[in-house]
Design a protein around this ligand. Structure first.
Ligand SMILES: NC(=O)c1ccc[n+]([C@@H]2O[C@H](COP(=O)([O-])OP(=O)(O)OC[C@H]3O[C@@H](n4cnc5c(N)ncnc54)[C@H](OP(=O)(O)O)[C@@H]3O)[C@@H](O)[C@H]2O)c1
Length: 319
């Protein structure tokens, strides 16, 4: 099969098209013919070696933590998934290789059925970010109807989905986003108010928009601008951020600040499928690259200001 892989850690150029054996599914695994894969900011850290979730790395290494496609083979103990089914999957350190490939073999526990309303391009760009967004809003923050919620860094991969999950809970959603395109997108996704966290008077604007304070914050970026916003969180308010956000938010005595990693088990995939269908989740795609141009996708990731998520298109055809 074709796969975008690395033979050593380094800059985007180390990511090249390889011809590698199709992985064979073990008893509890499904083999997915991938239609698309997501590209995340954390993939750049896998590629340059600054984050090694696989432990001792064996090369060639195929990056990619998520994707979607069709089940083409399965292990003897897999009962709940049929051949030909559309699935999405997420795995941070898949022992049989990542998702920048024509095929991936993953434990069936780390996969779920794609909601009907999503095509396979959107679905491939959603699992890691969707699990992260949903668990932030529903589990870590336990957002409730009528609460004032701030999504800090709302125009990126996780944020664009978190806005929709917060609206599903009927919260009042304020977002930070920079630039007109990003602001327009997050408004379309359900944000009631949008402000540029790094803009002039951001603190005063936020205070005017939330005169009774903020109940919960999902922080998808850190730094001075976030710290100023956190001054407006109500006593006993909640703040959650996925590990990887840097600098990490400063601890404060009166706020409950939790960090987390997105979980990818059967319960989490069932929750994601249900929430995505209920919210009629839209997955904004900021750019699509063919598998052979994965290096270009990484160059794009490293330039920053991605409005939505970058995706690799692997197989053609609308399924
Ligand atoms: N542990 C886990 O399970 C897990 C899973 C997924 C993601 N993550 C982490 O979660 C974070 C978000 O992921 P993502 O995919 O959404 O990233 P992303 O697409 O790069 O989005 C980051 C967002 O933060 C904004 N931002 C960046 N720096 C900022 C600053 N100084 N002030 C205000 N806003 C700023 C960006 O807006 P601009 O475009 O305006 O800069 C963008 O909207 C990353 O750190 C990632 O590593 C962790």
């Amino acid at each position: 099969m074709k796969a975008a892989a690395i033979d050593r850690f380094g800059p985007p150029a180390v990511l090249t098209l390889h011809s590698l054996p199709v992985p064979q599914p073990g008893p509890t695994e499904v083999l997915i013919a991938l239609y698309s894969a997501g590209v995340g900011v954390w993939d750049a850290s896998v590629r340059d070696g600054s984050w090694q979730p696989y432990g001792r790395t064996k090369f060639p290494l195929i990056p990619g933590t998520d994707g979607a496609g069709i089940v083409v083979a399965k292990g003897a103990r897999v009962r709940n998934v049929r051949l030909g089914e559309r699935v999405w999957a997420c795995d941070y350190a898949n022992p049989k290789g990542g998702f920048y490939a024509e095929y991936v073999a993953v434990n069936v526990q780390h996969a779920g059925r794609v909601p009907k309303h999503l095509d396979l391009l959107q679905a491939g760009a959603a699992p890691t970010t969707g699990l992260t967004a949903l668990q932030g809003i529903d589990e870590k923050l336990q957002v409730r109807r009528g609460e004032m919620v701030l999504i800090f860094g709302a125009s990126g991969g996780v944020g664009t989905l978190a806005v929709q999950f917060a609206r599903r809970k009927k919260a009042n959603v304020i977002c930070t986003a920079s630039g007109r395109a990003a602001a327009t997108l997050v408004r379309k996704l359900g944000a009631e108010e949008v402000l540029d966290a790094r803009g002039e008077n951001a603190f005063e604007r936020l205070r005017a928009l939330a005169p009774n304070g903020i109940d919960a914050v999902l922080a998808l970026a850190g730094g001075d601008a976030l710290e100023r916003c956190l001054d407006l969180v109500n006593p006993d308010g909640r703040v959650a951020y996925p590990n990887g956000v840097e600098p990490e938010p400063r601890r404060r005595s009166r706020l409950r600040i939790v960090s987390y990693d997105a979980m990818n088990g059967p319960r989490q995939f069932a929750n994601l499928g249900r929430a995505a269908s209920e919210a009629r989740l839209q997955v904004p795609i900021a750019g699509i690259f063919p598998l052979a141009q994965a290096a270009k996708a990484h160059e794009r990731i490293e330039r920053g200001h991605i409005v939505g998520r970058i995706a690799l298109r692997i197989l053609r055809g609308d399924r």
